[in-house]
Design a protein around this ligand. Structure first.
Ligand code: DC
Length: 225
């Protein structure tokens, strides 16, 4: 068994509450937290800033050379920064803009991007100063950290996910359903995050509130530590 941090890998679809649940579970456990989707979003943001056609894989792969990404957690808040012309720019809010959400699947489907970002994730996991780290994304249980101590697939019924996502977004419910369905459809072509791989525990939050879902994750981690 490795002597590195305890890794809690959490995958799941958009709107499953993955990010907020993972962050709250990390705080409760005294663990660090890594939101891998934020890195895909940051690279997408940088591409849009540079005016690139993000469906042009070669252009996006070229962008990786100048992509320097850092993330800091302050309590429940995560600050994400990307280097632009030698300056670290805070992109925490910008990476949640609809233009980034609409384009991120094009970036995430490029194999060279996934390989490069997985290296970044593994470095960040190894470098944590906490006893453990909660890592959330789409392929953490299967590709990034298949040897993680705890591996979870966090799901919820689609209508519940759409309702939760609409409540989060100011843009309102009308467009959330089709957008969420379309993003899941495109992302699922790249990695299968809708079925649990062998050894992965499914937590279905359809009937659970936020606190109960966090508790289910914390209980599972404690039962395996
Ligand atoms: O979790 P999120 O919505 O912030 O993720 C943004 C995009 O990044 C999502 O559309 C899929 C992609 N992603 C991925 O392909 N692999 C990951 N480990 C995390 C995110």
């Amino acid at each position: 068994m490795s002597s590195g941090p305890i890794v809690v890998a959490i995958d799941g679809p958009a709107g499953s509450g993955k990010s907020s649940v993972s962050k709250a579970a990390a705080v409760a456990l005294g663990f660090a937290f890594l939101d891998t989707g934020a890195a895909y979003r940051s690279l997408t943001w940088l591409g849009l800033e540079r005016g690139l056609d993000l469906t042009d894989a070669a252009a996006v792969v070229g962008l990786l050379r100048s992509f320097h990404y850092s993330t800091e957690v302050h309590g429940a808040a995560t600050v994400v920064r990307v280097e632009v012309d030698g300056r670290a720019v805070d992109v925490t809010d910008a990476i949640r803009e609809p233009r980034v959400t609409a384009a991120v699947s094009d970036v995430a489907r490029i194999p060279e991007v996934r390989v490069a970002l997985n290296e970044v994730f593994r470095r960040l996991i190894a470098a944590t100063d906490r006893p453990g780290i909660v890592v959330e994304g789409r392929d953490i249980t299967t590709v990034v950290a298949p040897d993680a101590r705890v591996r979870i697939l966090l799901t919820a019924a689609e209508d519940v996910r759409i309702a939760r996502r609409s409540a989060e977004l100011s843009s309102g419910a009308a467009s959330t359903g089709p957008q969420l369905r379309e993003r899941d459809r495109r992302d699922a072509q790249v990695v299968d995050f809708l079925t649990a791989a062998p050894g992965v525990t499914t937590i279905d939050s359809t009937e659970l509130d936020f606190g109960q879902t966090v508790q289910a994750v914390v209980d599972l981690v404690r039962s395996t530590s």
